[in-house]
Design a protein around this ligand. Structure first.
Ligand code: GDG
Length: 484
């Protein structure tokens, strides 16, 4: 569904009774993107993605509001209603985008929280911007929330918000969910903002993580840095109580299965295989072009398998979708150059006329095309060096409704805790990665089904709706009912 920016239909963002909203979601981005409609006019379109899909029905039934950036460094549009959700754009200037978003969020916190697989950059100016943008979000939530409302804050961009909001509105129940890993004490302590971030997070009643290791890292840090007491995930600090718990995110499994059954998607999967010359083995990678995703490790392993003769370049093809991401940052530009060099190296050595070994696609695709790729792929290679969850792995499993397909999955993806029947691997161990890819490529349909079936069973019971209800259900519980 689309709505014109600034049109009359966008009014009514404030509740008529002026009481405020019972559920407020804060995330760096609003759940809509600006697009051009069929009539050539600018409009808003719901963003793709599980978070939006999961929260949509809950937001509608609870009279929810969502505050976030609309994606352009310019004056924020007036609040508007889209698809039954009240949207409140938060303004970011050019400098904010530079310092809060690209700097502190994506050049300091992102690499540090991912095991510092790239060197985090520290800059005082970015920290000031992070503080001031976080305050802008907290102030917006304080204005929007009804008395006693639930406020759900998302991700590493907004870690100071719970503490700031607690001061502004002590009546609220505040939840925070971190979509990325939470690092161990030794790494976190490098952060010049470490105390401020911990105090910010401890402003929440409930802090959720993707993986039990992240939850443990957080409770240990609270004790180590701030001397907080903790038992069984319940942290007591300066008169407040925060529960830390694990809520592994998931996908819209039913929606993914529907896509997998769509005749157009199935036909497209067949067409993709034909266009690739009907290979015996199609290996697929789908990632944002990010240094955490282990794309180089995967390409190196694949190249060596071709060179060793363990995979035959005449009947094996790899498709690597590398969705453009954070392109203004130096580390991402350097990664792109390295990946593109490796792709041409593998193709230069093993391709033939009219027969590539690696199809590298630095583009983004719609969900139907991705689903067709998942259906077409014999082996799905998900090899991050560190990943909060990795939804691509779950999407692949959910799409393979006939139980075929082989998932090679890094043990450093949060998803590995649930998808344990995959070929799990340490992507830093090149020989192990080569073995996992070769074994997955050689697996017969029985072996594939034996592994896929329990993973599919698990996902059907743990979809994104269950994730959202579990988090909000726990947040909604009065504090005295929290485990002591
Ligand atoms: C962060 C954490 C955590 C991919 N290409 C296209 C496209 N996608 C979709 C996939 C998938 C999503 O993007 C990627 O999610 P991931 O989980 O794999 O990775 P991050 O972007 O790094 O997400 C991660 C996640 O948050 C959720 O908590 O799992 O660990 O890093 O759904 O299908 N979507 C479209 N076009 C594409 O070309 N529309």
């Amino acid at each position: 569904m689309t709505t014109e920016p600034g049109s009359a239909s966008t009014s009514g963002a404030e509740p008529a009774d002026g009481r405020g909203y019972d559920l407020v979601v804060l995330a760096n981005r609003l759940p809509v993107d600006q697009a051009t409609g069929p009539d050539g006019k600018r409009c808003w379109q719901r963003s793709p993605g599980g978070l939006v899909t999961a929260l949509h029905p809950i937001m509608q039934s609870r009279a929810g509001a969502w505050a976030g950036w609309h994606g352009q460094p310019e004056t924020a549009p007036a609040p508007f209603t889209h698809d039954g959700i009240h949207l409140h754009p938060i303004e970011l200037s050019d400098d904010d985008v530079d310092a809060y978003y690209e700097g502190q969020s994506n050049a300091t916190i992102w690499p540090l929280y991912h095991d510092a697989v790239e060197q985090p950059v520290f800059d005082r100016r970015w920290r000031q911007a992070y503080h001031s943008v976080n305050h802008r979000f907290a102030a917006a939530a304080a204005r929007l929330a009804a008395p006693g409302a639930l406020v759900w804050v998302h991700d590493y961009h907004l870690q100071l918000v719970p503490g700031m909001l607690r001061k502004l509105r002590p009546d609220l129940r505040i939840g925070f969910f971190l979509h990325i890993p939470f690092p161990p004490v030794e790494l976190f302590c490098q952060l010049p903002m470490r105390d401020e971030i911990m105090r910010g997070l401890l402003g929440a009643d409930l802090v959720g993580f993707q993986h039990p290791q992240a939850t443990r890292n957080f409770t240990r840090l609270a004790a180590h840095l701030l001397g907080a007491n903790h038992t069984g995930g319940v942290i007591k600090h300066e008169g407040g109580v925060t529960t830390a718990a694990t809520f592994p995110i998931s996908i819209d499994v039913a929606g993914q299965q529907q896509l997998a059954a769509d005749p157009h998607v199935r036909a497209r999967a067949g067409e993709i295989r034909r266009e690739l010359g009907n290979p015996r083995t199609l290996v697929l990678g789908v990632d944002r072009l990010d240094y955490t995703k282990g794309i180089e490790h995967r390409l190196a392993a694949y190249g060596e398998l071709l060179a060793d003769g363990r995979l035959d370049p005449a009947d094996t093809v790899m498709v690597q979708v590398a969705v453009p991401s954070r392109q203004r940052l130096d580390q991402y530009q350097a990664l792109r150059e390295r990946v593109e060099r490796t792709v041409s190296h593998v193709n230069g050595r093993h391709a033939g006329i009219g027969r590539l070994c690696v199809h590298y696609l630095h583009q983004s695709y719609d969900r139907a095309e991705l689903a067709a790729l998942y259906l077409a792929a014999d082996v799905m290679a998900v090899t991050p060096l560190r990943d909060g969850m990795n939804l691509v792995a779950k999407e692949y499993v959910a799409t393979r409704t006939d139980g075929t397909g082989a998932l090679v999955l890094s043990e450093f993806a949060g998803a590995a805790a649930e998808l344990s029947q995959a070929w799990t691997v340490n992507p830093h161990n090149l020989e192990a990665l080569k073995d996992a890819l070769a074994e997955a490529a050689a697996a017969g349909a029985d072996e594939q089904r034996r592994r896929m079936q329990p993973m599919r069973f698990h996902l059907r019971r743990h979809d994104v709706n269950r994730w959202a209800s579990a988090f909000l259900g726990q947040l909604d519980r009065p504090a005295r009912q929290m485990p002591a």
